[in-house]
Design a protein around this ligand. Structure first.
Ligand SMILES: [Zn+2]
Length: 344
């Protein structure tokens, strides 16, 4: 209480001065503690206290947190490498140019790279010039080690509309995603678009003159799009006689649904699997990996119309495919490709 009163009466700069003094004492104390811990370790004193290791002793007898115990043990391991290293560490801790977090980063890197004494010394000196967080990066640079590959964790918040869009895209690309979740979708799109961008730039590098000679590149682009649309139109209008088609005929006549059609079907289904259990009469609640499915299979003359299509999740599309295959004994070719495949 008295101390508290004394502190309140002190000037700001007096507080700071006293604090600095205490921190310096704390650093000296830390070095003394490390020396004592070294004795406990080397003489195995911890065993007398029913502890299996120095770490155990630090946590159970000295009441350090596990992290605090680990940091001190890391420092001990480093200072045990040589007398010169020990001196360097103690000096740096006392003058405040290093703390236990720096040493933890050095120890981690030492374990991974198996430093020589010279490298260890360089690493400790390099870490004096930086924050504990940057230690590994700085040491890697200083010692010409392979640069640290930083992973970036991205947190995304989607609103309802964006989530709906993501689900729609997941349905469209369900057959190609590396993992069946949102990160899988984003990674797939990232890779896909990057590949496209690289291909475009390589194409431009190869044929820059051609494009120039043809004049307005937007016009050229427009023509290409027009041609593509015409081809699609032709494909859509191809007649389909309603009889069972051979595998090759199935390949020649596209039976995938148009983008607009898919959107309509997904909206109608409320972006939810439309499978209804014959037993429980309950509708499947899955909203993931939605695919468009012909109610009457395409191979049996089922048309690609809204009436003859339903939205199903991956599991129900597969189950239905197996059911139809078994009932028809067709060997399984007739229903492949009814996924919501992306427009090529
Ligand atoms: Zn389902």
């Amino acid at each position: 209480m008295n101390t508290k009163l004394n502190l309140v009466q002190k000037q700001d700069d007096e507080i700071v001065q006293e604090l600095k003094l205490k921190v310096s004492e704390e650093s000296k104390l830390l070095v003394e503690i490390l020396n004592l811990l070294e004795q406990v370790r080397d003489r195995k004193i911890y065993t007398d206290y029913g502890c299996s290791s120095l770490f155990d002793f630090c946590v159970k007898e000295l009441k350090y947190s596990e992290g605090a115990a680990m940091r001190r043990i890391n420092a001990l391991k480093l200072q045990g490498q040589s007398a010169a290293i020990k001196e360097l560490i103690h000096e740096s801790l006392e003058n405040g140019s290093l703390n236990l977090s720096h040493l933890g980063a050095v120890a981690k890197l030492d374990r991974a790279e198996n430093f020589s004494i010279e490298q260890l010394e360089q690493a400790i000196i390099a870490s004096q010039e930086t924050s504990a967080r940057e230690t590994e990066k700085v040491i890697r640079k200083k010692l010409n080690l392979t640069p640290l590959i930083e992973k970036v964790k991205v947190t995304l918040e989607l609103n309802a509309e964006q989530l709906l869009n993501a689900q729609r895209l997941a349905a469209q690309f369900s057959h190609a995603l590396p993992t069946p979740d949102l990160p899988g979708l984003f990674l797939y799109l990232l890779e896909r678009e990057s590949r496209k961008a690289i291909e475009r730039s390589e194409k431009m590098k190869k044929e820059p003159r051609k494009v120039e000679l043809q004049g307005d590149s937007r016009q050229v682009q427009g023509r290409k799009v027009g041609q593509r649309q015409e081809r699609r139109q032709e494909r859509r209008q191809e007649p389909h006689d309603g009889k069972a088609l051979s595998t090759s005929a199935v390949i020649q006549v596209p039976r995938s649904f148009s983008q607009q059609f898919r959107d309509q079907a997904l909206r109608r289904a409320g972006y939810q699997c439309e499978f209804v259990s014959q037993v429980s009469r309950k509708r499947c609640e899955s909203r993931w990996f939605l695919q468009l499915d012909h109610v009457v299979p395409w191979s049996l003359g089922g048309q690609s119309t809204l009436e003859n299509c339903r939205v199903v999740c991956g599991a129900h599309n597969r189950a239905e495919w197996i059911r139809v295959r078994d009932s028809m004994g067709t060997g399984g070719n007739t229903r492949e490709g009814v996924h919501l495949s992306p427009e090529s």
